[in-house]
Design a protein around this ligand. Structure first.
Ligand SMILES: [Fe+2]
Length: 614
C-alpha cells in the first residue's frame, strides 16, 4: 500500500440507521476539515457499510453500534462490523458511536480496533477524535508502505541482474499470498532471453486445489482484473473456484505489448476478500516486478544485438584473412584469462573476450598481401599495416554497443612507456582492457606461426613478457597473466589425462569439481620458465601471491570444448602410429591439418611430454 499523499482527499464513511445522524454529522465533519473538505459517504446499515468497504477505498469510518431500530432485530451491529473489518484486514480507521451509558460496548469497540468512541447524541469532542483518527490512519498507511517497501526490496534483490527467476517468482508469490488471504495463487515469469518460454512458475495452495492449467492459457495483456467464468473453468476444470483475479506482467514497446508473465489469485467462494486495499497492494507488487523484468528483457535484447554484431564482424574478418581469425579467437581466450586473473566481473570478462575477438577488425579494410607479407615490410607497407588500429576504431565508432571496446582496438599496439602505434602515447593512459589486450595479443603473436617465421615456444614467450614488463606492457598485469596461463595449461593437462590413458575424453564440466587441488600449488620455477639472469626466489614469491581461482579458468576452458575434442582426436590419431614424444606428435598432427598452427594440439603434446617426464 503506498503512503497517502498529502493531496489525497480524505474519504469518510458514516454508518447509521438513523438518517438524521449522517445528515448532521457530515456538516460537522466538513467544518473540522475545512482546509481540505473530505469526501463523505453514507451507509444506512452495517451490511451496506461493509459492502462499501469491500469496494471502495475508505480512510475513516464513523459507525453506530445499534442498527436494529432502522434495520430490524437481525441487523448486524457495529461490533460485528468491526470484527469483519479486522478479519478481512481492511485498511480503514474506525471511530465508534454509542448511546449514553454504553461504556462496556465502547470498550469492546476499542479492543476491536476502533481508535476512539463518541457518545450520542451530542458527540462532544468530535473534532479532536477526528483529528486523532486521521493521524492514526496516516501512521497506519505509512507503516504499511514501509512494510511494502521492504517487500519490494526483497523482490528487487531476487529479480536483480542475473539472479534466478525461481527466486524472483517465489518472493513475489510470498508477498501476494501474505497480502490477499487467497485460496490459491500463482506467479508465472517468462525467460528474459526468450519470452515465448515460461522460465519459472510458483504455486501456492491454501485448500485442496489442483494447480491451475497454465500451459495453454495466456492472459490478455491488460491491467489486473477478475477473469470471466469460462476462463476460470479452463484454469481450474476440476475445482469449484468462483473468482480468479489476474494481473498480467507486460512490457510495452511502441504500443506493442509483450507478455512477461502473470500473477494470479484464486478464491473458492468469498470473492470479496480481494478488497481495494489488497488489490492496490498486488498492483504495486505487479508494477514493481514488471519493471524489473522489463529491464532484464531489454538488457538481454541489447546483449543479443551486441553479440550478433560481433559475430558479423568476426565472420567478415575470417573471410578476409584466415590467419587473423584463428589469432583473434586465441587473443579472446587470453584476454578472458587475464580478465579472470585480475578478478574482473563476469560482464567485464565477457567484454574482454569481445575485445580479443575484435582487436584486429581493422584488418578487413587492408590488403591481405600486406597483412601476411612474407619478409620485411617496406616503410610504406609498415605505415599501411599500422593503420589497422585506426581503421578498426573507425569501424566501431558508429556502434554504440562497441564504445567500450574501441580503446582496445585502437590502442593494442601502444607501449607502456610510449613509442608504439598509431599515436605513440603512454599505454598507462589507456583503460585496463586495452592494456590487457596488448599482453594477450603479444603472447599469441609470439606463440603462433606467421607467414615469415615459426612460432616461438611458450617458455620463450613468458620470458619475453617479463623482459618487456614496464616498458611495453603494464607491469601489474604480467604476473596475473602468467599465473593464469600456467593454471590453464595444468587444467588442459588434467582434461587430457583420460586421453593419455586411452580412454574417451571427459567433458570439461567435470573439471569444475576437480579444479581446486589442481590450482592449489603455487607456480613452480619450471612452470615460470625462469631464465638466465632472473631471480627465482623473488619471482616465485611475486607469482605465488597472485590469487588463484580454478573455476574461473575452467570457465574459459569450457568455451574451448569443441577445439579440445578435435585436438584430442588428432592427438590420438598421431599416437596411433606408435609411441612418440611431443615434437614428433606435433609434426604428425601438423601434417594432418591444413591449418598447422593448432594451439590445442601443441598444448596436448606439451602435456604428453610432461607426463612422460614424471
Ligand atoms: Fe593488431
Amino acid at each position: 500500500m503506498p503512503a497517502a499523499q498529502p493531496t489525497d482527499r480524505l474519504r469518510i464513511l458514516i454508518a447509521d440507521d438513523d438518517p438524521m445522524i449522517p445528515e448532521l454529522l457530515q456538516e460537522r465533519v466538513r467544518l473540522v476539515f475545512a482546509e481540505q473538505p473530505p469526501e463523505v459517504l453514507i451507509a444506512g446499515s452495517a451490511e451496506e457499510a461493509l459492502d462499501l468497504l469491500y469496494k471502495e477505498r475508505i480512510d475513516l469510518l464513523l459507525s453506530d453500534y445499534d442498527f436494529s431500530s432502522g434495520c430490524g432485530p437481525e441487523a448486524m451491529n457495529g461490533l460485528a462490523l468491526l470484527r469483519e473489518i479486522d478479519r478481512l484486514d481492511i485498511t480503514v480507521t474506525p471511530i465508534f458511536m454509542t448511546g449514553f451509558g454504553d461504556e462496556e460496548v465502547a470498550k469492546n469497540a476499542i479492543l476491536l480496533g476502533a481508535v476512539d468512541y463518541l457518545t450520542k447524541p451530542a458527540l462532544s469532542g468530535l473534532a479532536e477524535v477526528l483529528r486523532k483518527a486521521q493521524t492514526a490512519h496516516r501512521k497506519r498507511r505509512e507503516q504499511a508502505a514501509l512494510r511494502n517497501a521492504a517487500r519490494l526490496l526483497d523482490i528487487s534483490e531476487a529479480l536483480r541482474g542475473g539472479a534466478s527467476l525461481e527466486r524472483g517468482a517465489a518472493q513475489i508469490l510470498a508477498a501476494v499470498v501474505e497480502e490477499t488471504d487467497c485460496d490459491a495463487a500463482w506467479v508465472e515469469l517468462a525467460a528474459p532471453e526468450d519470452l515465448s518460454r515460461v522460465g519459472h512458475c510458483e504455486f501456492y495452495h491454501n485448500v485442496t486445489l489442483d494447480p491451475p492449467l497454465l500451459n495453454d492459457w495466456r492472459p490478455a495483456p491488460r491491467s489486473g482484473e477478475f477473469i470471466d467464468s469460462e476462463q476460470v473453468q479452463l484454469l481450474f476444470p476440476n475445482a469449484s473456484v468462483s473468482g480468479v483475479w489476474v494481473r498480467p506482467l507486460t512490457l510495452d514497446r511502441a504500443g506493442e505489448p509483450s507478455l512477461l508473465g502473470s500473477i494470479g489469485i484464486a478464491y473458492q467462494d468469498r470473492l470479496h476478500r480481494l478488497h481495494p486495499g489488497r488489490r492496490q497492494t498486488v498492483e504495486v507488487i505487479g508494477q514493481h516486478a514488471e519493471s524489473l523484468l522489463a529491464s532484464r528483457v531489454l538488457y538481454a535484447e541489447a546483449e543479443r544485438a551486441s553479440r550478433q554484431t560481433i559475430e558479423v564482424l568476426v565472420r567478415a574478418l575470417e573471410l578476409h584473412d584466415e590467419y587473423t581469425a584463428g589469432h583473434s579467437d586465441w587473443v579472446s581466450v587470453y584476454t578472458r584469462l587475464l580478465a579472470h586473473a585480475l578478478g574482473w566481473s563476469p560482464h567485464r570478462v565477457e567484454r574482454a573476450g569481445h575485445a580479443g575477438l575484435l582487436h584486429d577488425i581493422g584488418k578487413v579494410r587492408m590488403d591481405p598481401k600486406v597483412i601476411n607479407h612474407n619478409g620485411p615490410l617496406s616503410d610504406e607497407q609498415r605505415a599501411q599495416f599500422q593503420q589497422h588500429t585506426v581503421a578498426g576504431r573507425e569501424m566501431l565508432l558508429p556502434l554504440d554497443s562497441m564504445v567500450d571496446l574501441i580503446p582496445a582496438v585502437y590502442g593494442h599496439h601502444e607501449r607502456w612507456v610510449g613509442g608504439g602505434y598509431p599515436v605513440g602515447l603512454l599505454a598507462s593512459e589507456l583503460p585496463p582492457l586495452a592494456r590487457a589486450t596488448c599482453i594477450a595479443d603479444a603472447y599469441d603473436a609470439m606463440t603462433s606461426h606467421r607467414a615469415y617465421r615459426r612460432a616461438r615456444p611458450h617458455d620463450a614467450a613468458l620470458r619475453e613478457l617479463r623482459r618487456c614488463k614496464g616498458t611495453q606492457f603494464d607491469p601489474e598485469m604480467i604476473a596475473p597473466f602468467t599465473v593464469y596461463l600456467i593454471l590453464f595449461r595444468r587444467l588442459v593437462a588434467a582434461w587430457a589425462e583420460p586421453l593419455f590413458e586411452g580412454l574417451v575424453a571427459q567433458p570439461v564440466e567435470r573439471l569444475f569439481a576437480a579444479a581446486e587441488p589442481i590450482v592449489a600449488p603455487p607456480p613452480s620455477p619450471s612452470e615460470l620458465e625462469i631464465g638466465e639472469g632472473e631471480h627465482p626466489g623473488a619471482l616465485c614469491k611475486e607469482y605465488a601471491a597472485v590469487p588463484r581461482n580454478g573455476a574461473r579458468v575452467v570457465e574459459v576452458l569450457a568455451s574451448l570444448e569443441e577445439a579440445l575434442i578435435e585436438g584430442g582426436a588428432r592427438f590420438l590419431a598421431g599416437r596411433a602410429k606408435g609411441d612418440a614424444d611431443g615434437a614428433t606428435l606435433i609434426t604428425r598432427m601438423e601434417a594432418m591439418t591444413e591449418r598447422p598452427d593448432h594451439r590445442i594440439t601443441r598444448l596436448l603434446c606439451w602435456a604428453w611430454d610432461r607426463r612422460r617426464a614424471r
